[in-house]
Design a protein around this ligand. Structure first.
Ligand code: BGC
Length: 384
C-alpha cells in the first residue's frame, strides 16, 4: 500500500469545473508579498480566498503567480496572494494574517509539508477550508483538498528518459540528486524515478556513483518512506541551486575516472539541473552527460535548445491554478469540489485533483510550450 502522498484511489467524480462568479461576492484582486514589496494590501476585512506560495526566488513559483494573476481578476471572489520567501515561520504568519482578514478558503503551497500542519490547523479552527497546492501538507486532518500534478509520473518520466537515452553497454555511471526532504513531492519524484531505474541498477547496466544508501537498496523496487528518506539524506539539493552545485562538485571530486566518461544524471528540477549541468560540463573527464529536469523554466528551455540540458517536464501551471480557483469557488458556493483521486497524508485520505505532465525535449519544445501559448517564441534564441 502506498503511503504519504502516493495516489491510492481514483474517485472519478463527474462534475463540471465552475469558474463563474459567486453570487454576491465583490471582486478584488489584491497582490502583496510577505516582505511588503507587493502591490496593494487588503485593508482589514473582506478577503474570501487567501493564496500562499513558497518563494519568489524560484521561477517555478513565478509561473504559478502569473497564472493566478491571470485568472483571479475574474474569479468572482476577493483574494490576496502572499509569499513565504522560503520560511515556514513567515508562512505561518501569512496564514494568520489571512485568517484575521476573514478568509473562507486557503490555497497554500507549503514550504515544509510537515511544519505547515500547525498553520493549517489554526485555519481549520477558524472555519477555513484548506486546499494544499502542489505540495501535500502531511500529518494533519486540517487539509481538505489537494491540487497536484502527477508527481510519480514526473519522476518516472525522468528515469525513463535516462534509460532511453543512455549510452550502449553496461556499468554506466548514474548520479542521483533529489529535492528537499521537507517537501513530500521530493519523495514521490524519487520514488517514480527509482521505480524505473532500479531494474537497470540491479542488473548492472547503471552503477550509482554517489549514494551508498541507494546502492544498498539496489535490489528493492518498492522502497518505503524511510528508505527513500535515507537516500534523499545523501543526495538532497534542498531545492537550492547552490547546494546542488556544491554537491555535484563534491561528487565529481570524489569520483574516480571509472565513474566519469559518458554519464547519466537524475536532476530533480530545472533550477538544480542547470547548476549540476554546469558542473558536469566543466569536468574534463566527463565526456557526455544526459541530465533531467522539471518545470519547463525559461532558462532551462534555453538550456535544452542549446544542448546543455536534455529534458524537462512541463507542468502546466495554468491548469493547477485554475483547478484550485475552481475548488475555491465550489467551496464558497457550498458545492463539493471536483476531485479525481486521493492522497494519503499520514492522517487522512485527502481528496485530490491531479493533472498529467508532458515530457519536453528539443524535438517537441515548440509544440509543447510555444504552440500551446505558454511561452512566446521571442523568449528564446535559436528556436527552430
Ligand atoms: C515542485 C517543483 C519545484 C520544487 C522546487 C516541488 O514541490 O513540485 O515543481 O521545482 O518544488 O520548488
Amino acid at each position: 500500500m502506498r503511503k504519504l502522498g502516493k495516489k491510492i484511489l481514483g474517485l472519478a467524480l463527474a462534475a463540471t469545473m465552475v469558474m463563474g462568479a459567486v453570487t454576491g461576492c465583490g471582486k478584488k484582486n489584491d497582490k502583496s508579498d510577505a516582505s511588503g514589496s507587493g502591490s496593494g494590501s487588503s485593508s482589514g476585512s473582506g478577503v474570501q480566498v487567501g493564496i500562499i506560495l513558497p518563494t519568489k526566488d524560484e521561477p517555478r513559483w513565478l509561473q504559478d503567480q502569473k497564472q493566478f494573476e491571470t485568472i483571479l481578476g475574474d474569479a468572482g471572489f476577493t483574494n490576496q496572494v502572499l509569499f513565504s520567501q522560503g520560511s515556514p515561520a513567515t508562512e505561518k504568519t501569512n496564514v494568520e494574517t489571512l485568517i484575521s482578514k476573514g478568509i473562507k478558503v486557503l490555497i497554500i503551497c507549503a514550504q515544509d509539508g510537515a511544519a505547515a500542519s500547525a498553520a493549517v490547523e489554526e485555519a481549520k479552527e477558524a472555519g477555513v477550508k484548506v486546499i494544499a497546492y502542489d505540495r501535500l501538507i502531511t500529518g494533519t486532518d486540517a487539509v481538505d483538498y489537494y491540487v497536484t500534478f502527477d508527481s510519480f509520473a514526473v519522476g518516472a518520466a525522468q528515469g525513463q528518459y535516462l534509460i532511453d537515452n543512455a549510452p550502449d553497454g553496461s556499468g554506466i555511471p548514474l548520479y542521483l540528486y533529489a529535492g528537499a526532504a521537507t517537501d513530500n513531492n521530493a519523495f514521490i519524484f524519487f520514488e517514480g524515478a527509482w521505480s524505473v531505474l532500479q531494474p537497470k541498477i540491479a542488473d548492472g547496466t547503471f552503477v550509482i556513483a554517489n549514494s551508498s544508501e541507494a546502492e544498498k537498496l539496489k535490489d528493492k523496487n518498492d522502497l518505503d518512506r524511510d528508505e527513500i528518506g535515507k537516500i534523499i539524506g545523501q543526495i538532497t539539493t534542498d531545492w537550492d541551486f547552490n547546494v546542488a552545485k556544491s554537491k555535484a562538485e563534491a561528487n565529481l571530486t570524489k569520483a574516480g575516472k571509472d565513474m566519469k566518461g559518458n554519464v547519466l544524471v537524475l536532476a530533480p528540477n530545472d533550477g538544480t539541473a542547470r547548476s549540476i549541468a554546469d558542473v558536469f560540463a566543466t569536468d574534463k573527464d566527463v565526456t557526455s552527460y544526459v541530465i533531467t529536469g522539471q518545470d519547463s523554466e525559461k532558462a532551462s528551455v534555453q538550456y535544452i535548445i542549446d544542448g546543455k540540458q536534455s529534458m524537462t517536464v512541463f507542468k502546466d501551471t495554468r491548469t493547477l491554478a485554475a483547478d484550485s480557483v475552481a475548488m475555491a469557488v465550489s467551496i464558497l458556493e457550498d458545492k463539493e469540489p471536483v476531485t479525481d483521486t486521493t492522497y494519503d497524508n499520514g492522517k487522512k485520505e485527502v481528496k485530490a485533483k491531479q493533472t498529467s505532465i508532458v515530457v519536453v525535449t528539443s524535438s517537441n519544445v515548440k509544440q509543447a510550450l510555444i504552440d500551446s501559448g505558454y511561452y512566446d517564441a521571442s523568449d528564446f534564441t535559436g528556436l527552430e
